[in-house]
Write a protein that binds this ligand. Structure first.
Ligand code: DAH
Length: 347
């Protein structure tokens, strides 16, 4: 191997050793630089004859071109490697599952409430909302449950340390029944002085409060109040309407309903509404789902209506209880523990 071939080999080896562009440029200087090996060889030709210069110069040129080719090849290699490293670092694995937000959803009790609202809306009922902090008059007295009446002890009430206009403590409403009076009053006022008034058909769902806590009672729970008042309504209407509702709610017609005599100060007569499924895990047992009754004449009067002319029917059902029956939940507290393992099953 002549010295020029050796030089080219050495240059290739030096370029191969350079692992970064800066190293490669240093290696280049050794061979192609101003005082590099090729330049030295060129200078060394000064003493040669013209003929010798020609052949020697051509040979050196061939070597020089070979070294330049090796240099460019190595430059390209290093650039490719760098690009590959960069691409690998920025690589996207398009097969990875996307990062998703955990989907939220409605609470089962809220779902039940929305269902109730939708069903009653479809039957022509208005949906009303009202205050959770109530006056003594709306929670009790207007509902024919005056101070010191023993029926007041049917509900263990939370009181707020603040007095209303009558000098009585405000309360966290123990039922949604105050909304009967509030809504009917507004309705009566709206049609006051007119010859007739359209029927009052309303439900008022919402939170209610009692000093009570066990597997089937929670200090905060939900009720839906229903009221239908007109000149021509009867218990039959209440029964048909409630049966329609409950069948729609549970999505089955294989369900019976009965009225069982009861007592509430604001209705006379009063009844508990029980239902019985004909199929399924709850079949064959009467289940209490609601209080109901014909609105007491004194309550009709408190609404600003003439009890000689208007007659009304009301009910108050536990939304949590309906949700428990619908979803097969046996402990009310599960609804309020906020445990996502339970709640996410309803999405
Ligand atoms: N307010 C009653 C309760 O909380 C439920 C109730 C009973 C409501 C009879 C009514 C009714 O409207 O007519 O226990």
């Amino acid at each position: 191997m002549n010295e020029l071939d050796t030089l080219v080999d050495n240059a290739r080896a030096a370029f191969a050793k350079a692992s970064a562009p800066a190293d490669l440029e240093n290696a280049k200087a050794q061979f192609l630089g101003k005082s590099g090996r090729i330049t030295e060889l060129m200078k060394g030709m000064a003493q040669l004859s013209v003929e010798e210069k020609k052949s020697r110069g051509a040979a050196i040129n061939v070597a020089k071109q070979a070294i330049e080719a090796a240099l460019n090849e190595r430059r390209q290699q290093l650039a490719d490697e760098e690009l590959n490293v960069q691409l690998r670092a920025e690589a996207l694995d398009v097969t990875l599952p996307g990062r998703r937000r955990v989907g939220g959803g409605l609470h089962p009790v809220a779902r039940a409430q929305e269902r109730i609202e939708a069903i009653f809306s479809s039957m022509g009922f208005d949906v009303a909302d009202g205050p959770e902090i109530e006056t003594d008059w709306y929670s009790f007295t207007s509902l024919n449950n005056p101070p010191n009446h023993p029926a007041r002890s049917m509900q263990d009430t939370f009181y707020v340390d603040m007095k209303d206009e009558d000098g009585l403590l405000l309360n966290l409403r123990p039922h949604t029944s105050p909304m009967q009076v509030r809504y009917a009053q507004a309705h009566a006022k709206k049609y006051a002085g007119q010859e007739s008034m359209p029927d009052i058909r309303v439900i008022a769902p919402g939170r209610t409060y009692r000093v009570d806590s066990d597997a089937t009672h929670s200090p905060m729970f939900h009720q839906v109040e229903g009221l239908w008042i007109g000149e021509n309504v009867s218990f039959k209407d209440l029964k048909v309407m409630y049966l329609d509702f409950i069948r729609a709610f549970f999505e089955t017609d294989a369900l019976k309903l009965r009225f069982r005599p009861s007592y509430f100060p604001f209705t006379e007569p009063s009844a508990e509404i029980d239902i019985m499924f004909e199929h399924g895990p709850l079949a064959g047992r009467w289940l209490e789902v609601s209080g109901s009754g014909q609105v007491h004449p004194q309550v009709v009067r408190n609404m600003g209506l003439d009890p000689e002319r208007y007659i009304g029917f009301a009910f108050g059902s536990g939304i949590d209880r309906l949700a428990m029956l619908r979803y097969g939940v046996n402990d009310l507290r599960l609804f309020f523990d906020g445990d996502l393992r339970f709640l996410s099953q309803f999405q």
